[in-house]
Design a protein around this ligand. Structure first.
Ligand SMILES: CC(C)(COP(=O)(O)OP(=O)(O)OC[C@H]1O[C@@H](n2cnc3c(N)ncnc32)[C@H](O)[C@@H]1OP(=O)(O)O)[C@@H](O)C(=O)NCCC(=O)NCCS
Length: 331
């Protein structure tokens, strides 16, 4: 039997309305619009309202992706929510999304691979489709990072934002013109797990008065070390995904990276010898939205015509774990 082919049938995104600008941050911590823009490329980010949780953002992005695909929610076989900010420790946010969008038939689970989570989710969905186990899988990357951001720490609070992106992955015909997932490659290096983490709130250090007092429920990061790792891995991961397909970096038409820092993206693109016009950037509007960043970028790249039919698209993500992943899609 011929192996089924996985493709992207539809795509959607959602960002909350509330905008937090660099000027707003100047009133909260000792920083400046100039520092944030030149060091990170970020001008503003979106923040969820107090009543909005990750499942709410996820559901809106998912419904847009399903509409784009022309697929009803009850046709979905599985929902994967990649997130490091679930609504609660359990149940899985994906189960809450299943109920909110009415995808009654779907299996539902969360996937924890931080900012590489969407690419990890894509690898799982692709394997489900290619094995014949499922024919329609919803992959969502979503975060409400503002809830784990220490708004008194200027070295991290300027970086993050909230949002969600989603794709419907399905079984396609080779000549259908639907974007085809050609290759997905994922990896991790747990020896550097301490470089970016939320130290408390899990089984190692459950919530206590002491963990609250020491602000251990917020993101803690060694920015410089993560920066160096990111520049290297954002090139290497793409080369790994290309290898074995007889393709090389010159074949890439569009590079859609995790939006963590514009300088990281520019350095990684230089290492791959990709000209700036092939590199998609929207970090100025949203900051780092974790697992949501790659699908949001892909959604906007498609909507603005940056990605066109026939393009070879490289998606790449990296983050806490340390974990990384890249996917090559023939659009
Ligand atoms: C965080 C990051 C933007 C910091 O940029 P940088 O150029 O490395 O800056 P440094 O950390 O070397 O700090 C330089 C100075 O700016 C200061 N600074 C840090 N944050 C600041 C802010 N928001 N406003 C003003 N000054 C700030 C530092 O205190 C330091 O001052 P000092 O020299 O007097 O000690 C950068 O390291 C980065 O993006 N790292 C990767 C983070 C990332 O991608 N994380 C997510 C992974 S998914």
């Amino acid at each position: 039997m011929l192996r089924a082919i996985a493709g992207i049938l539809g795509i959607g995104m959602f960002v909350p309305e509330k905008v937090l600008t660099n000027d707003d941050l100047e009133k909260m911590v000792d920083t400046s619009d100039e520092w944030i823009r030149t060091r990170t490329g970020i001008s503003e980010r979106r923040l969820a309202d107090p009543h909005q949780a990750t499942s709410d953002l996820s559901s809106k992005a998912a419904l847009m992706a399903l509409e784009d695909a022309g697929i009803a929610a009850d046709q979905v076989d599985a929902i994967i929510v990649a997130t490091m900010t679930p609504d609660m420790p359990f149940p899985a946010t994906a189960c809450l999304v299943q109920h909110k969008i009415g995808a009654h038939r779907a299996a539902a689970f969360d996937l924890s691979a931080a900012c590489a989570g969407f690419i990890y989710g894509l690898s799982v969905a692709t394997a489900y489709i290619e094995s014949g186990m499922y024919s329609t899988v919803l992959v969502i990357g979503a975060e409400v990072l503002s809830r784990v951001t220490d708004w008194t720490d200027r070295s991290t609070c300027v970086l993050f934002g909230d949002g969600a992106g989603a794709v419907v992955v399905g079984n396609i015909n080779r000549d259908s013109g639907v974007p085809r997932i050609m290759s997905v490659s994922i990896g991790a290096d747990g020896s550097s797990a301490h470089l970016i983490h939320v130290p408390a709130g899990g089984s190692l250090r459950p919530a206590s008065e002491e963990t609250l007092r020491n602000r251990l429920h917020y993101i803690s990061m060694s920015g410089n070390q993560v920066y160096k790792f990111a520049v290297r891995i954002m090139g290497d991961a793409v080369l790994e995904a290309l290898s074995g397909m007889g393709l090389n970096k010159e074949d890439i038409d569009c590079y859609i990276p995790h939006q963590a820092n514009a300088r990281i993206i520019e350095s990684a693109a230089r290492r791959l010898q990709l000209p700036p016009e092939k590199v998609f950037l929207n970090i100025n509007k949203y900051g780092n939205t974790g697992a949501a960043s790659v699908p949001i970028a892909l959604c906007e790249a498609k909507a603005t015509g940056f990605v066109k039919s026939g393009d070879l698209v490289a998606l790449v993500g990296f983050g806490a774990g340390l974990a990384w992943g890249a996917a090559i899609v023939s659009w």
